[in-house]
Ligand binder design. Structure first.
Ligand code: NAP
Ligand code: ZN
Length: 352
């Protein structure tokens, strides 16, 4: 065991502050990384403030962060994929059982025995896992991804959650050249969905509550932008979408979007508001529409997404901040005031 620097929440209302945590020394299959950048996902905020208490109650102290890019410092004797000095990346999962049908299908995110990167029982330490708001992390090599060498590292970190969470459902639902794709909510996830939809050749329409994001949406690759508070403007697209990805972090009217789908169109929720969303069944019956959810993506698909980003030169649009600005960043995230992901420069933790 060794001591690592970190930022942790000590209660739902405490905010985050500097602390010291215990991590394991790398075992034979482990990779140890010095963390260079960590993105701030809205899930970090939900979890730090115990907003998902019904589903995943928070254990304090809680060290969030699951959009990690780092430099390998040490590897175990059986590690094949990495050596000291390489870049490596870690997303939302750090372990799974590798034997269940989900793992065998490369869908570790659905393994009943997986381990999330933070706030999850840690099989090695007996405590809970601690995430990327830290100077280092130790992870089994299966859950460490290779980073394409041409990408900016601060903008690469958010690909590990915002990237894969939007790429995976788009691939699953067959988004391709000529598809009409809606993206609801232009935040960290939403702006990645726009980039992927555009790169896959789809006609992308952004639905935003923020009129000030209109020009950005077009710059990011949207073909059209609709201000979602204007129902007439929204309803002009009735019955026309193949696929809609909803990445909103709060309760909102989902039926507005169901009605925009074509026959057999699908609306996938990736946003995770704590409260249930009422769905009008008639919207689904007519035109055989479907409403579903999606959770991050498997490890092989995460690597595929990173390689796709390397080929298409795609990274997140980030505002780089020092860790000391974390509490301010959370408040701004709640006001949709970030273009479009905060990425923490972890060198700032050295001064703590
Ligand atoms: P984010 O950066 O805060 O973006 C959320 C966006 O939703 C905002 O930028 C805003 O976009 C829109 N929005 C916020 N409040 C709204 C409201 N009251 N009504 C309508 N729109 C609203 O958050 P994120 O990091 O992208 O995460 C989004 C959600 O996905 C969170 O709930 C997070 O926990 C969840 N998530 C799920 C997965 C998964 O695997 N399924 C993975 C990661 C994150 P506009 O300004 O454009 O309206
Ligand atoms: Zn996330």
């Amino acid at each position: 065991m060794y001591k690592a620097k970190a930022y942790a929440a000590s209660s739902p209302s405490s905010g985050l502050a500097s602390t010291s945590i215990t991590r394991r020394e790398p075992t034979e299959h482990d990779v140890q990384l010095d963390i260079l950048f960590c993105g701030i996902c809205h899930s970090d905020l939900h979890q730090a403030r115990n907003e998902w208490s019904g589903m995943m109650p928070t254990v304090y102290p809680c060290v969030p962060g699951h959009e990690i890019v780092g430099r390998v410092t040490k590897v175990g004797s059986a590690v094949k994929k990495f050596k000291a000095g390489d870049l490596g990346a870690v997303g939302c999962m750090v372990d799974s059982d590798r034997t269940c049908p989900e793992c065998k299908a490369g869908l570790e995110q659905f393994c009943p025995n997986f381990t999330l990167t933070y706030n999850f029982p840690d099989k090695h330490t007996g405590g809970v896992t601690y995430g990327g708001y830290s100077d280092s992390i130790v992870v089994d090599e299966h859950f460490v991804l290779r980073v394409p060498s041409n990408l900016d590292l601060a903008g690469t970190a958010p690909l590990l959650c915002a990237g894969i969470t939007t790429y995976s459902p788009m691939r699953h639902w067959g988004v391709t050249k000529g598809s009409k794709v809606g993206v609801v909510g232009l935040g960290g996830l939403g702006h990645m969905a726009v980039k992927f939809g555009h790169a896959l050749g789809a006609h992308v329409v952004v639905f935003t509550t923020s009129p000030g994001k209109k020009d950005d949406a077009i710059r990011l690759g949207a073909d059209e932008v609709v201000i979602s508070r204007n129902a007439d403007e929204v309803n002009r697209h009735a019955g026309s979408f193949d696929f809609i990805l909803d990445a909103v972090a709060a309760v909102h009217d989902i039926n507005l979007y169901v009605n925009l789908l074509k026959r057999d169109g699908n609306l996938t929720m990736v946003g995770a508001p704590a409260e249930p969303l009422p769905v009008g069944v008639f919207g689904l019956l007519f035109r055989r529409r479907s409403f579903s959810g999606s959770l991050i993506g498997g490890i092989a698909e995460t690597q595929e997404m990173l390689d796709f980003c390397g080929q298409h030169n795609i990274t997140a649009d980030v505002e780089v901040i020092p860790i000391q600005k974390i509490n301010e960043a959370y408040e701004r995230l709640l006001k949709s005031d970030v273009k479009y992901r905060f990425s923490i420069d972890m060198a700032s933790l050295k001064s703590e």
